[in-house]
Structure formats: C-alpha cells, structure tokens
Ligand binder design. Structure first.
Ligand SMILES: [Zn+2]
Length: 166
C-alpha cells in the first residue's frame, strides 16, 4: 500500500526509497509540489535539485501520511536556516531600509531551504486535524507560519528538517 516519493523532471530524490514511504495520494501531492519547487529554482532534467528524506516515527508517519525532509540541494536544512539567520542579521545591521530589503531579497532567491519551505506552504494541501494546526513544521514555522504560535519544544524538534503531512 505504501509507495516511495519518486523523482521528477526538476527534482531528484537522493535518499533510499524506504526513507519516504507514504500512501499514494501523499506521494502524488509531494511530487506535484516538489516539481513546482524545482521549476521555481530553475532546475530541469539536466540539473535536477536534490531532496533527501529520512524516515520518521511518530504521528502521521505511522500511517504513511508524513515525510521528513533533511536536505535540499545537497545542503542540510539546519545549514540553510543558519545562512538565513545570518542574512537577517546582516539586514538588521544595514544602514537603511533599502539596504535591508536588498539583502533579504537576495537571500530569498538563493536560500533553497527557505524557498522549499515557502513552496510547501504556498502550493501544498496539507492535513489540518480538527483542533490542530496545519501539519507543516520546520525551522521557519515561527516566522513564516502557518502556525506562528509553535511551541519552543516543537520548533526545536524541527530545527533540522521540514515535516509535512497530508
Ligand atoms: Zn516528521
């Protein structure tokens, strides 16, 4: 019943198939959004962007409805987040608002970790169990949403990967 998330024309899954085994509708949604992400980052058949999953254990993972993404473009998510935080800091040190927005604009284009998170947020249809937040958690959840009220505990638990469930 469970199937792996397969590579597409613009992205390549570099982890073993068993790292992201999900139900078919979940795989199809992920493949659709990851294809979109690859296009956003100007990747195609000759330079597909790489995605690395690792198996999860709890909650939606048990029933094949969740995946955890740890690397994108051969760089770990916590490293992308570190680069992002550095850019934000440089922005705060900029002489004026114009300088600040130029720094952040450049970072938004080249930070594939942040871009992946935003693509999943903007183009994916993810689970929202009754009484719970939308099931998209990662290093950017507190600042970018969808659940800005994420607890310190959960934010810390997702500092090095993006969890998404359908
Ligand atoms: Zn997870």
């Amino acid at each position: 019943m469970l199937v792996p998330v397969r590579s597409g024309k613009s992205f390549r899954v570099v982890s073993p198939p068993e790292s992201a085994l999900v139900l078919r509708d979940v795989a199809e949604e992920l493949e659709r959004v990851l294809q979109r992400f690859g296009e956003i980052t100007n990747c195609g058949p000759s330079n597909r962007i790489t995605i690395l999953f690792k198996p999860g254990i709890f909650g939606h993972h048990r029933v094949g409805r969740a995946v955890d993404i740890y690397e994108v473009g051969n760089v770990r998510l916590d490293v992308w987040k570190h680069r992002w935080d550095q850019a934000v800091r440089r922005g705060l040190e900029a002489a004026n608002a114009k300088g600040r927005s130029a720094i952040l604009k450049a970072e938004r284009r080249r930070n594939f970790g942040w871009l992946l998170y935003k693509t999943l947020q903007c183009f994916g249809r993810w689970s929202q169990p009754c009484g719970y937040p939308i099931q998209l958690f990662g290093p950017w959840t507190r600042t970018e949403g969808p659940w800005m009220g994420i607890s310190d505990f959960l934010l810390q638990a997702h500092r090095d990967h993006i969890h998404v469930a359908k």
